[in-house]
Design a protein around this ligand. Sequence first.
Ligand code: ADP
Ligand code: MG
Length: 238
Amino acid sequence: MAPVTIKGLRKRFGSFEVVKGIDIDIADGQFVVLVGPSGCGKSTLLRMLAGLENISDGEIRIGSKVVNDLAPKDRDIAMVFQNYALYPHMKVADNMGFSLKLKKMPQSEIGPRVDRAADVLGLRQLLDRYPRQLSGGQRQRVAMGRAIVRAPQVFLFDEPLSNLDAKLRVAMRAEIKALHQKLKTTTVYVTHDQIEAMTMADKIVVMRDGIVEQIGTPLELYDRPANLFVAGFIGSPA
Ligand code: ADP
Ligand code: MG
């Protein structure tokens, strides 16, 4: 676990600026939801946190360490994507243990770690299956398992539920929250779904067009939206 501090963060693609000077303070163990319309820069911001995209300006700290120039593997962050990206030719257990294997962790340590993560996620019975033998929800759980085995300081989620049907989406929200209660890992969760944001967040960051419109608890945003955009966005049905 670690706090995350984002200061004056900017991203330009050529002359096109998509993140325009963003400041966010995330406390140790907090569950922060980044919400905003499609194209406002949420994924770009998350990818900069993960080190998958270099930054044009500003600073990112994890704990007390500035990570601007650190490679993704050196950041102690694990990211869960929308399109699970499981390895189709690997069993669930191997999918979950793969990143540890890359780190040269001995199999005698990987096995127990995978088992513990599988217990947390209710995947024990599925460790010998291949991804094609799993339901959408189970695949999503394996994708989370891959992140959990690494015991990172920070979890990043980029619209992890958007490929699931409505009913499963609601169930998985609760699972992800329960997981956070258990592990208390600092989390940044991206969605364009305001209901998801309102039900899951300790703190919501509302983005529009590369800037932050408002940061607050769900109740604060609901009671005292900073402007019409926030009021309309938070108030409108999903
Ligand atoms: P969101 O996740 O909020 O939907 P993104 O961060 O994916 O938004 O994208 C923000 C803007 O940046 C969009 O206009 C998108 O087209 C643009 N963009 C994203 N990645 C690139 C890239 N590699 N090159 C050029 N433009 C990009
Ligand atoms: Mg996105």
